[in-house]
Design a protein around this ligand. Sequence first.
Ligand code: SF4
Length: 383
Amino acid sequence: MALKKVKDELGTTLYFTGRQTRRSRLSASPSTVSGTDKTDDAEEKFTFESKQRLSILPRSTENHDILRSKRRRIQVKTENDPKGLIAEAKPKKQRVTQVNFKENLPTQPPPHFWLMYNEIKKVRSRIKAPVDEMGCANVATTVSGLSEGKVYRFQCLISLMLSSQTKDEVNFQVMKILQDYFLSKGYKHGLSLEAILDTDELVLDQLIYKVGFHRRKATYIKQTAKILHEKYNGEIPRTIEEITSFPGVGPKMGFLLLQIAWNINTGIGVDTHMQRMAKIFKWVPPSKNMSPEYVRRCFESMLSDHKEEWSRINPILVGFGQVVCLPQRPRCDVCPLSRTGICPAVDKALLKKADLDKKNGIKIESKSRGDLSNLIKDIEDLR
Ligand code: SF4
């Protein structure tokens, strides 16, 4: 990473490593720096944490960008550097977000993929999952009754932006809060572009506080609303490049939005459930970087002759992952795939325990999401 050269108030030249906001750079005066203060010393070296300064700042909209950087450790070095500290400073490794695996992508799914996927489809027809009513594809219609039009498409975008790192149930609650709040403020359709543009970022932050990373999401939503208003006349664009140029919107959200809002099927939205299943079911070739992005590329390549599945696969697998194949303690005891020999991830010990426990019946855990009752009834009828 290139070192940035900045002169401070006393004329000392400072070099900054690490990513810093302009504001936090400007705040790096010697009075805020802890460490040895030897301005004339050639070996001078300051190290400080921006946290020290940030802790005394009042919470306000202007300080959001500073607060976001409070966890970063920032290292400052002065101009003269006989020990060669600056010259030896190694560039930080860039986080890989886009990897070109094109040449290694599978062109066909493994033989057990269709066996499992078709079986999972049958399971999905017998269970109700949170994604069915409260997922991003349905939440706008559920809270506002809209199923088309500009406002509907904007609500889909907002539900997707709120959904990352957040359960569908919580996302639904927050969308309902936003809808009720904006209706009470006199906006005809409730949550809409005009309503977001008129709302202060801090108010928005408070309204969405239940979702993960709400502060950052409030900033992103405000910025995106401004871009939509100024550049797109308030309409959602129709290409993945334009959608992913919005702050906080990645390929998963982008492809899902195109499918939901415009019925455009140009990619697969891969979430953590899909990523996990693709890995444990051995549907995609193992890779050091088993990211959702890698899984998406594999799925799109494997299913290039089955594009009709591109929009279906997300809700099918997500619902299955929410209710049956859970990330912790999957319900192999009720899963029809468990006794077919086609699931590479089946918990055999759990099956054995369930067989021993047969006379006590199948348990439904109090914390379970969705509705498994039809699936359990099918199994008990077979016994
Ligand atoms: S791991 Fe268990 S719950 Fe998940 S698909 Fe396999 S058998 Fe079903």
